[in-house]
Design a protein around this ligand. Structure first.
Ligand code: UD1
Length: 424
């Protein structure tokens, strides 16, 4: 019998205390791919101990690099990297594997990376990555489900992204830093994770200007050098704990964060009735559990993050009144809706808009995780639902939250991990 982890929560406890936020998943993954750009030893600190980090480690190992992850520190030695391929088996479990394409083509002139395919909430194309690399001079073909990219040496170019895609901006940066001449990426993503990747590459000797803006200028260099780096805090994990505190009428200090990365969320939390105090690298949230309805529209940074949309929906499910949540980044990202409805939420979906009618209470039930942020929303709902909620398939949550139940327990949540048979 195959057993799978599940998370069990008995809801109703008020959260109180402090919680330390881990390093950002979305920041560390492109940095790990960036280590392919120069031979040598890298020392990366504040690394979250997550399934996606382990998957990226396995991918780098499959290419011949040495990777060791121990107590939030990654040691990577890249001198033996000799296989320039990312196989389907790994890419299908983590789309961010596509980040190795940029460094492979930029440094070795060859990269073969499986196309990631769709994900739980619909198609997620990589055409901006491919078209941008072609602008830099890469010859790209799709063969047997793989992107095969070849080039002698990439040449700087002007690239206008149709949308400020995080992944495409990161991949093109990773490719352009070793190209000949200058590259301009316009309509680039401004997310903190892209700024942190740019900082890492500049520490390696790259010349990237315009960091944090929508226009990134890259002056290509011939070689780069290994460097050390500390991963920025995970703004989505932080935001999830802030919502947990507000939902439960709690008083929680969320520590080791950069509050500037959370501006849009903090503004919305204040509007919804929470009291927020920013102190150095922490945010204290206090709530009396009275939640006001507040509409949100997801947007690129510095707008409201799509990665917080599912969690916000739980908060609005218990608001005094109705609100509208509009998803502008991934139109179909609503797989959590039907699971939240099983817990008693009143939500109507119309294309990329969800109308959420606040209810008095949610009721515990067995539910199933469908993707990473949907799982986070189910945990939040379980924390306030009356009775017991069993959340199956929590391997999704382990992709992006480090021991979430271990962080919630000291705050007063009644939550534990259990196992159940896998039924296919
Ligand atoms: C990254 C994050 C993810 C977050 C998302 C948006 C990582 C590992 N993942 O995903 O958590 O939800 O940013 O903030 O950092 N698009 C195309 N073609 C492309 C690329 C993107 O059409 O080649 C579209 C997408 O379908 C989407 C939009 O552009 O509608 C933004 O996607 P993108 O920013 O690329 O998301 P990811 O990098 O995949």
């Amino acid at each position: 019998m195959i057993l799978m982890d599940k998370i069990v929560i008995v809801g109703g406890n008020r959260l109180k205390g402090s919680v330390q936020i881990s390093g950002s998943k979305n920041a560390v993954l492109p940095i790990m791919a960036g280590t392919l750009l120069a031979d040598g030893r890298y020392h990366i600190q504040n690394v979250p101990m997550l399934r996606d980090v382990k998957t990226m480690s396995r991918l780098l190992q499959s290419m011949g690099t040495d990777v060791a992850l121990y107590e939030h520190v990654l040691q990577i030695e890249t001198k033996n990297c000799s296989i320039f391929e990312a196989p389907y088996d790994l890419v299908k479990t983590m789309r961010a594997s596509i980040y190795v394409l940029g460094p492979l083509i930029g440094r070795f002139g060859y990269g073969k990376v499986s196309l990631p395919g769709g994900c739980a909430w619909g198609p997620r194309p990589v055409n901006f990555h491919i078209e941008g690399l072609q602008k830099l001079g890469a010859h790209i073909e799709i063969e047997g489900g793989y992107i095969v990219a070849k080039a002698k040496r990439l040449k700087g170019a002007r690239i206008m992204l149709p949308q400020p895609s995080v992944g495409a901006t990161g991949n093109l940066l990773l490719a352009a830093v070793l190209s000949k001449g200058s590259t301009l990426i316009e309509n680039a993503a401004q997310e903190p994770e892209i700024a942190s990747l740019s900082d890492f590459l500049n520490k390696m000797g790259a010349h990237i200007g315009g960091i944090g803006t929508s226009s990134l200028e890259i002056e290509g260099v011939d070689t780069l050098n290994p460097t050390d780096m500390s991963v920025i805090p995970d703004r989505i994990e932080a935001g999830t704990f802030l919502i947990a505190a507000h939902l439960t009428g709690g008083d929680v200090k969320v520590e080791e964060i950069n509050a500037r990365h959370l501006t849009a969320l903090l503004k919305h939390l204040r509007k919804s009735g929470a009291s927020i105090e920013v102190v150095n690298h922490a945010v204290r949230i206090q709530s009396d559990g009275q939640i006001k309805p507040v509409n949100v529209t997801t947007d690129v940074y510095p707008g409201f993050p799509t990665d917080m949309q599912a969690q916000w929906m739980v908060l609005m499910s218990l608001a005094k009144g109705s609100s509208v949540i509009t998803e502008k980044i991934f139109f179909d990202r609503f797989t959590h809706v039907s699971e939240l409805q099983r817990l008693g939420a009143d939500i109507t979906l119309d294309h990329n808009k969800a109308v959420v009618w606040g209810v008095d209470h949610l009721c515990g039930a067995p539910v199933m995780s469908t993707d990473l942020r949907a799982s986070a929303s189910l945990i939040l709902a379980g924390l306030v639902a009356a009775g017991r909620t069993d959340i199956s398939r929590v391997y999704h949550i382990d992709r992006g939250y480090e021991h979430i139940e271990e962080k919630l327990k000291p705050l007063g949540a009644e939550i534990w991990r259990d196992q159940e048979p896998l039924i296919i």
